[in-house]
Write a protein that binds this ligand. Structure first.
Ligand code: ZN
Length: 297
């Protein structure tokens, strides 16, 4: 039954956004449907989801809905977002386990080609959910440890898998330089080699299955003094996952670097390519570029 539903979803997608008419203008193309999932998080999702929504809408290619789960301690039995209606799910959720039918629907959705974007503490969620951990490559806290899989480290010009000491930590809230490590990926193509990110909480020692993952960018942790992965692209089945560890709070998100990488990563997760240009006000190696939502749309 589930396969039938997904088949009809796939056909609907083929008929619209995947193959726009040749020469069609951006404005006439159907917008890519995005679903932000929130409702539980040890971070201020009530403040950050509106910024994520505005940031995505500012790209001009997305239409954005939000699915908010019941609050912590309330039954999640009825929480069944219709994932298949969307090209990409953006998770701002770090809370209690979803009911099994919702988890299975989510697995089928990504496995069969749906996009997924993981924002900051969403990689703390669902430590025991095997398939979720494969989707996000690495995560932190919730009992994750050496047994969960390796950490990803950038050393001597390459990604190294480090099996000892994983579990999740961070240093102080500070502005740090993000370094592009794969300049040829659609998400990072055209970004500067180094850019200064607004104050944020830089995750370190994340660990997990780390399968089919491309480390797009890293940053030097003040906690581990290692180059920790900050932007990642993951393949899971037919699906694409963009994982940004950035975005602790509103200040961290009101940053052109955060917004541009979010929008590019979300488009890639949805379609496999990126049509957006890198704006001239993208941050430089020594200057943060504050972002605020467009005043008129
Ligand atoms: Zn945080």
């Amino acid at each position: 039954m589930r396969n039938l539903v997904l088949l009809s979803f796939s056909c609907a997608m083929l008929g619209s956004a995947i193959f726009p008419a040749p020469g069609a203008e951006t404005q006439t193309q159907p917008r890519l449907k995005v679903l932000i999932v929130d409702g539980q998080n040890n971070h201020g999702w009530q403040q950050t989801t509106p910024i994520l929504k505005a940031a995505l809408e500012s790209a001009g290619i997305f239409s954005v809905d939000v699915a908010t789960s019941p609050a912590t301690g309330k039954s999640l039995a009825g929480f069944k977002p219709d994932f298949a209606k969307y090209r990409v799910i953006v998770s701002n959720y770090n809370g209690e386990d979803w009911p099994e039918p919702t988890r299975l629907a989510f697995e089928d959705y990504v496995k069969s080609g749906g996009g997924l974007v993981i924002i900051h503490a969403a990689d703390n969620a669902f430590p025991k959910w095997v398939e979720y951990n494969r989707m996000i490559a690495v995560g932190g806290w919730g009992g994750r440890n050496d047994q969960s899989g390796p950490m990803l480290r950038w050393r001597d010009g390459q990604v190294v898998r480090d099996l000892r000491g994983g579990g999740g930590t961070h240093g102080k809230f500070f502005a740090f330089v993000v370094e592009t490590r794969d300049p040829n990926h659609p998400i990072t193509q055209g970004l500067p080699e180094k850019w200064l990110h607004a104050p944020d909480e830089l995750y370190a020692t994340l660990c997990g299955p780390a399968e089919n993952v491309t480390v797009l960018a890293t940053a030097q942790s003040d906690a581990t003094h290692q180059q920790e992965p900050t932007l990642m692209a993951i393949r899971y089945g037919q699906g694409r996952v963009f994982h940004t560890v950035l975005g602790h709070n509103e200040e961290s998100m009101r940053d052109v670097g955060f917004v541009v990488t979010l929008d590019r990563g979300t488009e890639w997760a949805a379609t496999g390519s990126v049509t957006q240009k890198v704006p001239e006000n993208f941050p430089t190696a020594d200057k943060v570029s504050p972002w605020s939502p467009p005043t008129s749309k």
